[in-house]
Design a protein around this ligand. Structure first.
Ligand SMILES: CC(C)(COP(=O)(O)OP(=O)(O)OC[C@H]1O[C@@H](n2cnc3c(N)ncnc32)[C@H](O)[C@@H]1OP(=O)(O)O)[C@@H](O)C(=O)NCCC(=O)NCCS
Length: 408
């Protein structure tokens, strides 16, 4: 079967996480993604290594289904080879610190001159303005995009989330931008620039907190468990703060992930009162309606926890789902990596690697009926130099010399 992005070629100059998470999705959708690395390689090949002298899981889990070439873009010969490569690609993707590509001599004007159909995708920390020139990492984006100030408990400090919304979240946004630009090129024949700032991507994901910031000007946020409100959206622990109240309640035997997240929809209250052994609360006017419960959500979840603490989280799941009550046990990373349904859905995937042996990675969350994903291992550094430089550019005879001079 074909692939959605068959025929699309991506020159991938991304590094660390945000950019590689984007181009890995493009590769899974069928694009030919050629990762262009400085001869020393993407820094993450060596970061957080669990095995000596072998590409780290950090790298192997973000660079599947790509090819790798090396090129020193600070050398004149490297720059010349780059100008030959560029017209052969549809997309150039990068997430260097601000201005790095310009300093190499490849401004947007120059790139357009070399390939007017090029889609040039850049990830930066920030948009235009006072922060433009700042570098950024995951939690910096979480801090400045509205996530950290709204995550955690009100009596504790701001918290980072474990999900990498600043890096991989930005990567996904960038995929959308690139696909839209490819589609528009069908009509205009022209490439364009796609820029995504990590701060902007996090803010997009924290959109509901700006909703609540505006609601706050008209009074307290009753759906929040907090008792006092200032002039800013407070951290609200595990409350969703949305239309239906939810909370993580403890289960047996009381380990760090023995919790289940329970949402109490209006229709769920009757069955819950039966399960927790308090059927009288279903009709009690003090408890019967969502409005009546709103000022005592903490007490409501305490009643549920008094019941759930005597059962394992999987038993609680069974009991609640039997009554169609939305809930989710808190799964540890160990439980996730061993979860059969995630493996069956090809979301936890085993991949062979010539140097590290088998490793587990996270599969593609986009499931297209006509474009199945086959997860392939990440490339070794420069593994495809010959494919690209010799077969495509006809530089076969010069390869050894280019390597000796440190150009590739
Ligand atoms: C992530 C980040 C903070 C890392 O900073 P860093 O390690 O200092 O790396 P930079 O991207 O700033 O710089 C890369 C350098 O490698 C050089 N380089 C990259 N590819 C090269 C190549 N093929 N050949 C030669 N040099 C190369 C660049 O020219 C640059 O050198 P310069 O600063 O002398 O111009 C920074 O890249 C950044 O802010 N990126 C944008 C936001 C982002 O994606 N954050 C990361 C999320 S995981």
């Amino acid at each position: 079967m074909g692939k959605a992005l068959e025929g699309v070629r991506v020159l991938d100059m991304t590094h660390v996480q945000s950019g590689p998470s984007c181009t890995q999705i493009l590769a899974w959708l069928g694009a030919d993604v050629v990762k262009l690395e400085a001869p020393g390689g993407d820094i993450t090949r060596k970061q957080l290594r669990d095995l000596p002298d072998v590409d780290s899981l950090y790298f192997t889990m973000l660079n599947c289904n790509k090819r790798s070439i090396t090129l020193n873009l600070k050398s004149d010969e490297g720059k010349r080879i780059f100008t030959e490569l560029l017209p052969r690609f549809d997309v150039l993707a990068e997430n260097f610190g601000p201005g790095a590509l310009d300093r190499m001599g490849f401004t947007w004007d120059r790139l357009q001159e070399l390939n007017p159909r090029l889609i040039f995708a850049s990830i930066k920390g920030f948009g235009e303005g006072p922060y433009t020139h700042f570098k950024a990492y995951e939690v910096v984006a979480q801090a400045m995009g509205g996530s950290m100030s709204t995550t955690g408990f009100e009596d504790g400090p701001p918290l980072a989330t474990g999900a990498q919304i600043g890096d991989s979240g930005t990567g996904i946004h960038t995929v959308a931008g690139i696909l839209a630009a490819l589609y528009q090129r069908e009509h205009t024949g022209r490439g364009q620039r796609v820029t995504v700032a990590m701060q902007h991507a996090v803010l997009n994901l924290a959109r509901v907190k700006l909703r609540d910031q505006q609601r706050l000007t008209r009074g307290p946020l009753n759906e929040y468990p907090n008792e006092e409100f200032g002039d800013t959206v407070p951290r609200s622990g595990n409350a969703s703060g949305g239309g239906q109240p939810g909370w993580a309640v403890k289960c047996a035997p009381g380990g760090p992930n023995d919790y289940i997240y329970v949402i109490v929809q209006p229709v769920g209250w009757g069955p819950i009162t039966n399960l927790i052994g308090r059927p009288e609360l279903a009709e009690d006017p003090e408890w019967a309606t969502p409005e009546a419960r709103l000022n005592k959500l903490d007490k409501m979840f305490q009643l549920i926890e008094d019941w759930s603490i005597g059962l394992g989280k999987w038993e609680v799941l069974e009991e609640l789902t039997a009554h169609n009550i939305p809930c989710g046990p808190i799964l540890s990373t160990k439980e996730i990596i061993e979860d059969e349904s995630l493996a069956d859905n090809e979301m936890v995937v085993k991949v062979d690697h010539p140097e590290r042996g088998e490793f587990t990675t996270v599969g593609c969350p986009l499931k297209l009926s006509d474009s199945p994903v086959d997860v392939q291992r990440s490339p070794l550094l420069g593994e495809h130099n010959e494919d690209v430089y010799a077969r495509e550019l006809g530089l076969g005879e010069q390869l050894a010399g280019l390597k000796a001079k440190g150009v590739i």
